[in-house]
Design a protein around this ligand. Structure first.
Ligand code: ARG
Length: 468
C-alpha cells in the first residue's frame, strides 16, 4: 500500500511553483493504459540498476536492495495489492515512487542516467517482442487448423471463382491452402520485423545519451536484446517498430477478413457450401429461423479497427520534430488494441475450422456445371494444333450457342462439335470431367490432386516442426 507521503509531490516538481492542475493531470496521465507494461518496466529497471552497479554508480548492496524492492512491487501488482494514485502520471512514475517508499533514499538513484523517454521505449519494445512471438505461435496454430480441415476434405472439389463467377474446378483443400500461404507470408513478415524490434534503446537518456559511460551491451544482454540502438535521438523517438507491426497486422487482418467474407458467403442459403457449428453462431432476437455467422462478421469488422490504428499512429508520427514529444504517448492505445484484437481473431479462428461442416453434395453438384470445363475444351483444341486465341473464340461461340439453345457440351454429337471446329475428335468430350480437369493442372502451384497432396504434406510437417 502507498503511504500519504508517497502521493503528494511529483518526481519532477523541483522547478514548479504550483502543483499540477488536477484536470491537466487526468488529461495527461497514461497510467490506465500503460500499467499493463509493469512487468517490462520492472525488468528494465532491474537491468538498469545492474548496469549502474557495473559502472560504479551503485554499490552492489544498493543495487540488490533495489532489485529486491522491484521484485516486491511486481508481486504487489500481480496480486492486485498495489495502490495506484491519481498523481502517478504513468507506470514508470508509479513504480519509482513505490520503490523509494520501500527501499528509502537509495530508490532515488535508480533514475541515474535514464529518462522516461528511453525507459518507455525499452518497455514497449519488450512488450512488442513478446506479443509478436505469441502471434507467430497463434498463426502457426491457425495454419494447422486450416491444413487439418483441408486434409479431412481432401477429396472435395468445388468451383473456383474469379469475379465471384464460376471459373474452373479446384480442390476445396487447394482453396484453404491459399489462406495457409497468406498466413505463411504474415508469419515471415512478423519474424523479419523482430530483427528491428529486438534492438535495445535504454541508455539513450532523454535524448543525447547519459552522462555516464553505461555499458549498454551489458543491459541488452540482461534483457535479451540482440543489439543496441546507435543514435540516442532516434532511439527515444523511433516508433517504426510499432508502425511496422501495425502494418503487418493490417495485412494479416486483410487475409482474415477475406476468409471471413468467404465463410459468410459460403454459409448463406445461396451457396450452402459449408455450415458453421451452432456453438460459434448466434440467432436473431426477432427472426426465429436465423443463424448468423457473427464471428466472421466481427473479424471482418475488426479489420477496419486495426487499419484505423495504423493510419492513426502514422498520422501522430508524421510531423514530429526530433526527439521525444509527448505525442508519442498516443502510440499505446493503437498498439495494445491492435495486438489484442488481432490475437483474439487469430486464436478464435481455428475453432471455426475444427467444427465446420462441408456440404459435399452441394459442392459436388456445383462442379457439374459444364462451363467450368470451357477452358479445358479450348486447351483440348490447342493439343490438336489450334492456336489458343482461336480455340478460345471457338469455345466462346459454343458457350453462346449452348446458352441460346439450352444445350450442353456433353450432348453434342461429334458431327455437331465439328461444325464449331473441324479439329474436334472423339476425345474432346472425354476431357470434360472434374478429375481430368484437375489432373491436368499439375504444374507447381496447380490444383492437381498430386500437387495439393504434396503441398499438404510439406506444410503439415513444417508446421509440426515449428509448433514444437
Ligand atoms: N508516459 C510517457 C509515454 O508513454 C512516458 C514518457 C514521458 N516522458 C516525458 N518526458 N514526459 O510516452
Amino acid at each position: 500500500m502507498i503511504s500519504k507521503k508517497d502521493t503528494t509531490e511529483k518526481l519532477w516538481a523541483g522547478r514548479f511553483r504550483v502543483p499540477l492542475d488536477p484536470e491537466v493531470e487526468r488529461f495527461s496521465s497514461s497510467l490506465p493504459i500503460d500499467r499493463r507494461l509493469y512487468r517490462y518496466d520492472i525488468r528494465g529497471s532491474i537491468a538498469h540498476s545492474q548496469t549502474l552497479a557495473k559502472a560504479g554508480l551503485l554499490t552492489l548492496r544498493e543495487s540488490s536492495r533495489m532489485v529486491k524492492g522491484l521484485k516486491q512491487i511486481e508481486r504487489e501488482i500481480d496480486a492486485g495489492a498495489f495502490v495506484f494514485t491519481n498523481e502517478d502520471e504513468d507506470i514508470h512514475m508509479a513504480i519509482e515512487r513505490r520503490l523509494t517508499s520501500l527501499v528509502g533514499k537509495v530508490g532515488g538513484k535508480l533514475h541515474t542516467g535514464r529518462s522516461r523517454n528511453d525507459q518507455v521505449a525499452v518497455d514497449v519494445r519488450m512488450y512488442v517482442k513478446d506479443r509478436v512471438n505469441d502471434l507467430i505461435r497463434g498463426v502457426i496454430r491457425f495454419q494447422q487448423a486450416l491444413v487439418n480441415c483441408a486434409g479431412h476434405h481432401r477429396d472435395v472439389v468445388m468451383p473456383g471463382y474469379t469475379h465471384l463467377q464460376r471459373a474452373q474446378p479446384v480442390l476445396f483443400a487447394h482453396h484453404l491452402l491459399a489462406y495457409v500461404e497468406m498466413l505463411e507470408r504474415d508469419k515471415q513478415r512478423l519474424r523479419d520485423a523482430l530483427k528491428r524490434i529486438d534492438v535495445m534503446p535504454l541508455g539513450s537518456g532523454a535524448l543525447a545519451g547519459p552522462n555516464f559511460p553505461l555499458d549498454r551491451k551489458y543491459t541488452a544482454h540482461i534483457l535479451g536484446f540482440r543489439a543496441v540502438t546507435e543514435n540516442s535521438l532516434d532511439a527515444v523517438s523511433d516508433r517504426d517498430f510499432i508502425l511496422e507491426t501495425l502494418g503487418i497486422l493490417s495485412i494479416l487482418m486483410t487475409h482474415l477478413s477475406r476468409l471471413s467474407e468467404e465463410l459468410i458467403l459460403w454459409s448463406s442459403k445461396e451457396f450452402q457450401f459449408v455450415e458453421l457449428d451452432d456453438a460459434v453462431c448466434t440467432g436473431s432476437s426477432m427472426m426465429p429461423q436465423k443463424k448468423n455467422p457473427d464471428v466472421p462478421e466481427l473479424v471482418r469488422g475488426k479489420t477496419g479497427r486495426v487499419y484505423g490504428h495504423l493510419i492513426g499512429l502514422l498520422t501522430v508520427m508524421k510531423g514530429l520534430p526530433l526527439s521525444y514529444n509527448r505525442d508519442l504517448q498516443e502510440d499505446k492505445v493503437p498498439l495494445f488494441d491492435a495486438v489484442e484484437t488481432v490475437s483474439a481473431c487469430v486464436n478464435l479462428y481455428p475453432k471455426l475450422f475444427q467444427s465446420i461442416t462441408v456440404n459435399r453434395e452441394v459442392l459436388a453438384a456445383a462442379v457439374q456445371d459444364e462451363w467450368l470445363f470451357a477452358t479445358d475444351l479450348a486447351d483440348y483444341l490447342v493439343t490438336r494444333g489450334v492456336p489458343f486465341r482461336e480455340a478460345h473464340h471457338i469455345v466462346g461461340r459454343m458457350v453462346r450457342f449452348c446458352s441460346d439453345h439450352h444445350r450442353k457440351f456433353t450432348d453434342f454429337t461429334l458431327k455437331e462439335l465439328q461444325t464449331f471446329a473441324s479439329q474436334f475428335d472423339k476425345g474432346a468430350i472425354e476431357v470434360l470431367t472434374v478429375e481430368g480437369s484437375l489432373k491436368r493442372k499439375s504444374a507447381i502451384g496447380g490444383t492437381a490432386r498430386k500437387r495439393v497432396e504434396k503441398r499438404l504434406a510439406v506444410l503439415e510437417k513444417a508446421l509440426q516442426r515449428e509448433a514444437n
